[in-house]
Design a protein around this ligand. Structure first.
Ligand code: B1M
Length: 212
């Protein structure tokens, strides 16, 4: 791999936003393929952060700082990716379920999904299940991700599964769920397509659910 892509990766892991941006700009000037800058530089770094996060080797602040560096690096790369026809893996609609205002975990999930190469539609907090389905339809999403932090709101995840069913999208739009009180057995009970315990695993799961 070219030295500059390695440097982008290493600086992203360290969360050095200014350096990542400068290195990406330099790589663009050196005519390195935008897809390579994305995959071998930025996404490679984010993937390592995701793995370390899963193993509790790094924590929420480091992930947020790395995501900020990723965002800085993407600034001038994004238009080039679009014109080079580099497509996102798939689209994922993510929201915190109705009645629930917690968004820190949901935002981390969005960041890890973006870091993994997905287009993310962030539906926000306190989202009606029908809204998630509507956004999925409008954006041709492969996956809906629902987050809940309260035992009183996690039950609303069942309504997301039901809404997907009512819209005739079962199997076409997969539902993944997560959040502190959520478990695999709860996912099985409500008929969700998958459960992820943390944000990095959510990106892995979305890849599987979207068949990527
Ligand atoms: Co609230 N709150 N809160 N709160 N809050 C908890 C969740 C609670 C456990 C605190 C406690 O009592 N010990 C408790 C829930 C009890 C329960 O139901 N079992 C609680 C309560 C009761 C409440 C209120 C009801 C309090 C009140 O008003 N009486 C109220 C409810 C408001 C509402 O939502 N309607 C409330 C309000 C708030 C604040 C607004 C003050 C604030 C939220 C601010 C915000 O989000 N912008 C808040 C906070 C910060 C917390 C704690 C302290 C931290 C939550 C958090 O952000 N964790 C929390 C206690 C705790 O967890 N220590 C608590 C960090 C975050 C990175 O983790 O969100 O779990 P988490 O996300 C992880 C994974 O779960 C996973 O990935 C993330 C990263 O790895 N994940 C997914 C999350 N979503 C996923 C989706 C996926 C896959 C993985 O796929 C789609």
């Amino acid at each position: 791999m070219s030295a500059i892509l390695e440097q982008i990766k290493e600086n992203l892991i360290k969360g050095k936003a200014n350096d990542v941006k400068a290195l990406v700009d330099q790589a663009i000037k050196e005519d390195i393929n935008p897809g390579e800058i994305l995959n071998q530089g930025l996404l490679a770094g984010m993937s390592i952060i995701g793995e370390r996060f899963k193993k509790n080797e790094v924590y929420v602040p480091e992930v947020l700082i790395a995501a900020r560096a990723m965002k800085a690096g993407m600034e001038n790369l994004k238009p080039l990716l679009a014109s080079a026809g580099v497509e996102p893996l798939a689209t994922v609609v993510v929201g915190t379920v109705k009645g629930d205002l917690h968004d820190i975990g949901k935002n981390l999930v969005c960041m890890m999904l973006e870091g993994a190469g997905f287009k993310v539609i962030d539906a926000g907090i306190n989202v009606e299940p029908e809204k998630l389905v509507q956004l999925a339809q409008e954006n041709n999403a492969a996956v809906i991700g629902a987050s809940a932090l309260l035992t009183t709101t996690m039950v609303n995840m069942k309504n997301v599964v039901e809404s997907v069913k009512s819209a005739g999208l079962t199997g076409k739009v997969k539902v993944m769920i997560g959040g502190a009180p959520v478990t695999q057995s709860f996912a099985d009970e409500i008929g969700a397509d998958g459960y992820a315990p943390d944000a990095a695993s959510a990106a892995d799961l979305a890849r599987t659910l979207a068949g990527k």
